[in-house]
Write a protein that binds this ligand. Structure first.
Ligand code: 5AD
Ligand code: SF4
Length: 443
């Protein structure tokens, strides 16, 4: 048998891209590819791109330019662009950068083997369709390697919300949910391969409505069914929209022990005027009442959010409303961005704010968020948490894992305490809080 061909995938952007990259590697595994960690010796390079904020396409072109020498040295090297930039600008990429042999949009990864064969035959292969079939379906029944203790599992893709700033509804298409039976099958398979924690992914994961036994399944029902799987210890989900936070999902946070007390629930702004212009279809007050209900169900839940500053027409007063909302919620984790114009979205057509104003607001917003994150992380000291150990630490005998609140926890005496190999869950008492992680000792 000939030596396996080497595949190098570089992943940008969200966790869905991380999951997709794994699936692409599996799809091409069937064509005799194994993954390599460097582009230098690769037979195929795939850039799995993200289009959510500005300059994404320019980054792709400059990255591609760097492969010129590799392609000159190895004319058999095939170069592909996948992900949301491929979806949005695939034709243009092929035209502008002759190095590119293959372009594949996020809904067509199951067609990669055919596309790869066409590229091998010297064709330019492009597929940016939105096919009806489940793109993960063809990957079932593949021999599968052992896995680490945590995994992502995509349950839903696309978005029908059309927030005025966002490209996702255009690049990822309409909301589609995978059938519950398939998801449960994939989850059982992951658990057999060593996975203890599954994070369910979707652009609007809590809008999940999949077909299953006895009709339509909500995300809460899916989570409860997953919780029945022996050996699966932890369930998480991301990313959610406030308007899809249904009663049954809130209840699951209260009574489903395997559902972790962490919720990423982006609000983007605390100003009703801006929320309206963003087309978010809820007010700041409604968001705060929702958070109250979630905390009533699960008082210790750690909340995470996304924020955009400098959205068109945002005044200082609007911005201060966002700061006030943040103070009212107390976030344990957050992601914040300057508004970035995305061609084709409604907000891109509106008068834009000055860059300096955006920079100043982002700075102030992040100062507040960092302070909150610190306070919440520091408040873990003295508490007992449960840690799922994922890897060895840098020190001899040390191991690192995540608490139920998704804080990284370093435990010095882990190996001595019998935490090895990885994948075990143990009670840990937190004794210190560092810059980006906690330290603790086994209980
Ligand atoms: N500009 C800035 N941030 C954006 N996001 C999405 N689109 C834009 C944009 N045009 C942010 C939102 C979203 C997160 C994934 O990315 O906060 O929740
Ligand atoms: Fe984008 Fe809004 Fe959909 Fe989230 S809900 S993916 S921000 S359009």
């Amino acid at each position: 048998m000939s030596a396996p061909r080497k595949l190098y995938i570089k992943t940008y952007g969200c966790q869905m891209n991380v999951y997709d990259s794994e699936r692409m590697a599996e799809a091409l595994g069937g064509q005799g590819y194994v993954e390599t960690q460097t582009p230098d010796d690769a037979d195929m390079i795939l850039l799995n791109t993200c289009h959510i904020r500005e300059k994404a396409a320019e980054k792709v072109y400059s990255e591609l330019g760097r492969f010129k020498a590799l392609k000159a040295a190895n004319p058999d090297l095939k170069i592909g662009v996948a992900g949301c930039v491929a979806q949005a600008e695939g034709q243009e990429i092929m035209r502008r950068q002759p190095l590119v042999d293959l372009v594949v949009g996020p809904q067509s990864y199951h067609r990669l083997p055919q596309l790869e064969a066409r590229a091998r035959a010297g064709e330019k292969a492009l597929d940016t369709d939105f096919p009806e079939d489940d793109k993960f379906e063809t990957l079932r029944h593949r021999p599968k390697a052992a896995r680490g203790p945590t995994a992502f599992l995509t349950v839903q893709e696309g978005c029908d919300k059309f927030c005025a700033f966002c490209v996702v509804p255009y690049t990822r298409g309409a909301e589609v949910s995978r059938p519950a039976t398939r998801i449960l099958e994939e989850a059982r398979d992951l658990v057999e391969r060593g996975v203890r924690e599954i994070t369910l992914l979707g652009q609007n994961v809590n809008a999940y409505h999949g077909s299953g036994d006895g009709g339509d399944w909500s995300l809460a029902r899916l989570i409860r069914a997953l919780a029945e799987i022996d050996g699966l210890e932890r369930i998480r989900f991301t990313t959610s929209h406030p308007n899809d936070m249904s009663d049954d999902l809130i209840a699951a946070h209260g009574d489903c022990a395997k559902l972790m007390p962490y919720l990423h629930l982006p609000v983007q702004s605390g100003s009703d005027r801006i929320l309206k212009r963003m087309n978010r279809s809820h007010t700041a007050e409604q968001y705060l009442r929702l958070i109250e209900r979630i905390r009533a169900a699960r008082p210790d839940i750690l909340l995470s959010g996304d924020f955009i500053v400098g959205f068109p027409e945002e005044t200082e007063a609007d911005f201060e409303d966002t700061l006030a909302l943040i103070r009212a919620v107390e976030y344990g984790q957050a992601y914040s961005f300057k508004y970035s114009t995305r061609p084709g979205t409604p907000a891109a057509e509106r008068p834009q704010l000055d860059e300096e104003v955006k920079t100043d607001r982002l700075y102030r917003l992040q100062a507040l968020l960092t302070e909150q994150q610190r306070r919440i992380q520091d408040s873990m000291v003295g508490r007992e948490v449960s840690v799922l150990f994922e890897r060895s630490g840098r020190h001899e005998g040390q191991m690192v894992g995540k608490s139920e609140y998704l804080h990284a926890v370093h435990v010095e005496d882990a190996v001595r305490g019998g935490i090895e190999p990885t994948g075990q869950i143990a009670r840990v008492r937190i004794i210190g809080s560092g810059t980006n992680s906690l330290s603790g000792v086994l209980v």
